[in-house]
Design a protein around this ligand. Sequence first.
Ligand SMILES: Nc1ncnc2c1ncn2[C@@H]1O[C@H](COP(=O)(O)OP(=O)(O)OP(=O)(O)O)[C@@H](O)[C@H]1O
Length: 516
Amino acid sequence: MEKSASFLFAGANFNKKKFASDFDRFKEKKEAGNLADDREPEEVLVSAKKRKRKARGSDMIGRLRSKKARKGLHIVKDNDESSKRKKELNRQIERDAVFRKKHKIHVSGNDVASPLKNFAELSSRYGCESYLLQNIADLGFKEPTPIQRQAIPVLLSGQECFACAPTGSGKTLAFVCPMLMKLKHPSADGVRAVILCPTRELATQTTRECKRVAKGKKFRITLMTRELLRKADFSKLPCDIIISTPQRLRLAIRKKKIDLSRVEYLVLDESDKLFEIDMLKKIDSIVKACTNPSIVRSLFSATLPDFVEELARTIMHDAVRVIIGRKNAASDTIKQRLIFAGSEEGKLISLRQSFAESLNPPVLIFLQNKVRAKELYEELKFDDIRVDVIHSDLSQAQREDSVDNFRAGKTWVLIATDVIARGMDFKGVNCVINYDFPDSSLTYIHRIGRTGRAGRGGEAITFYTKKDIPLLRNIANVMVASGCEVPSWILVLRKQKWKKHLPRRDSISIRPQDEE
Ligand SMILES: Nc1ncnc2c1ncn2[C@@H]1O[C@H](COP(=O)(O)OP(=O)(O)OP(=O)(O)O)[C@@H](O)[C@H]1O
């Protein structure tokens, strides 16, 4: 090859000696090609025409071939693209699976959205407005909790969802955040979102939380109060989001005061409580009143019994199931203890003794009904501790005062019925005492979940007497599942089937009758 014959080969020297045999063959071919010129002119002409035809033919075939090739190339390219996409999708699925495993997120459903790595993804993936991110930051939330990581993208993708995550793990933000993002702006179109809570206290707390998260955006967030129910004309009342107990909302529907046909977003908080038989009818009529076909419904709770899942599946389309950790488990930040108190008298002695040794307020004490809550309050109110009581016989204002005083630290020990066992977020409760054994393992999980919230530690003490032994194993199983120690004899007791445990108990009062 001559020097510089080709720009590509410039600088490369062909070693003729080394490749002599190849070089000779190449020379032979060239010489044979030159022979054609020695033929007769006609011969040359005919063969030239033949060559031309052949060339033309081969050109057409070539064109055809190259067209096919181009087409083939497209197909190959398309196949390449789709296999690339498939590969990337598979990689994403693998990454999601690893991430979910790390955060103990279990999902089932179709095309479940990837979990959030951080709150900033709300903006990069879903165009979240800055006011919301700012509010989340102002609340001091640095990282999403596992339920927030998964439930928020699921709801933003428009899928319905039932979610089960431990007490105090941030479920409220997990449904409030996508709701505000979906609603985008305040509007005069009527109610567009409904949150149902089983108790008034929880509805009040959720309203407050919702307003904090929506700060700076003029959403009309309304708590359904008795007064509002009596006086307000909802057709004129501007309202984007309504938060209510099922009772009050059903009354409003019955009185034809409220139109829920535009509701785009419905949340059933503490859903297993809402699906209990006494609430089910009310829930049913509310669900039916929300007639918007594009509504997104979601169920949230720390406990999700199988019957609730089955019921939920009958009303929800293609819902995604999100479970954090183990279903129906207590928060693992709570140190749980069982104490055999022998009798009612033994419980009171034990309680006073533990207060005398170390009272570490705030403390919450649960009893099985309001009569017993009042009795214990009467016993303790003259002791040297700041004690208060909350139950359903108190007026709304008195109940609110009890909650506020406990929140503010004015009350050290709050005696309560199960009216505040679910959802209430009291910051820093150090100890929950089950003075009366809970009526089920689900109630146990919710009661003790008033402590050990948002990653903090806490303690739960449960008194039991002989009457509570039938349910002891069920509670012990919850304790073992969250890593607490339990005497082995309890774990071999017979397990009780689903039935409320509400035994008749002796009076708490140890004062002689004529003193009362
Ligand atoms: N991402 C977060 N980072 C830190 N704290 C958070 C975060 N999200 C929520 N919290 C806080 O965690 C606490 C518990 O949240 P929340 O009341 O929503 O729990 P929950 O899961 O609904 O509990 P429950 O089952 O008892 O109703 C609240 O004080 C809340 O402000």
